[in-house]
Design a protein around this ligand. Structure first.
Ligand SMILES: CC(C)(COP(=O)(O)OP(=O)(O)OC[C@H]1O[C@@H](n2cnc3c(N)ncnc32)[C@H](O)[C@@H]1OP(=O)(O)O)[C@@H](O)C(=O)NCCC(=O)NCCS
Length: 169
């Protein structure tokens, strides 16, 4: 999948089903080994076409997709107006950056991140401390660790780094 043309564009309503399907696939691949009832219920309620359609209507959300050969390869979702005490200078959260597995390590994530960063003065995000691939990716893009927080799902607590773009001089 190298040297493929990657097109970045704003998401539209017709993308809603593909966004939901890709999200479920990427989330399960990234965070699970085997699908428990809890995980199944989580992805099926969290990633629905209806929720993506609502995001597209929201004025505080920016949703961009990456296409390869007119198929969805990944997306980036940023929401503004989300305060993070560890990053007082920015209230814009990169909520989701997902690339479908066959397109990883081909520059798709970087292209989506560049497009997202171009629209905001600064960004913060959460990344699971065990997601070493994503940690390396954000480190390569200059993000710095500001602290940590827990993501709670059922009985499980999952440690996340709070990362932020570097402060400007
Ligand atoms: C993390 C993720 C977004 C990276 O996207 P990507 O399209 O694979 O990244 P790129 O191809 O643009 O890689 C850019 C750089 O990141 C680093 N990187 C990416 N994947 C890496 C890996 N598997 N191992 C080490 N470094 C890696 C490298 O420095 C790479 O540059 P290089 O290829 O020139 O060495 C993607 O792997 C993904 O969607 N993973 C699953 C979901 C996820 O974890 N999202 C982030 C949650 S916060």
């Amino acid at each position: 999948m190298t040297n493929m043309p990657i097109a970045i564009r704003p998401a539209r309503a017709a993308d809603a089903h593909a966004l939901a399907a890709l999200s479920i696939q990427v989330w399960l691949t990234t965070y699970t080994e085997g699908v428990s009832d809890l995980f199944a219920r989580y992805v099926l309620s969290e990633f629905t076409p209806e929720k993506f359609l609502a995001l597209l209507e929201a004025s505080d959300v920016s949703l961009r997709v990456a296409e390869v050969d007119e198929r969805l390869a990944g997306y980036a979702l940023v929401r503004s107006g989300v305060p993070q005490p560890l990053v007082p200078e920015s209230d814009s959260e990169l909520c989701t950056l997902y690339v479908q597995e066959p397109f990883t390590r081909c520059g798709v994530g970087s292209a989506l991140l560049r497009a997202a960063r171009a629209s905001y003065d600064g960004l913060w995000l959460l990344v699971n401390v065990q997601n070493l691939r994503a940690c390396r990716f954000y480190e390569k893009h200059g993000f710095v660790i500001r602290g940590s927080t827990d993501f709670v799902l059922g009985e499980g607590r999952h440690r996340n780094h709070v990362l932020a773009t570097p402060l400007r001089d």
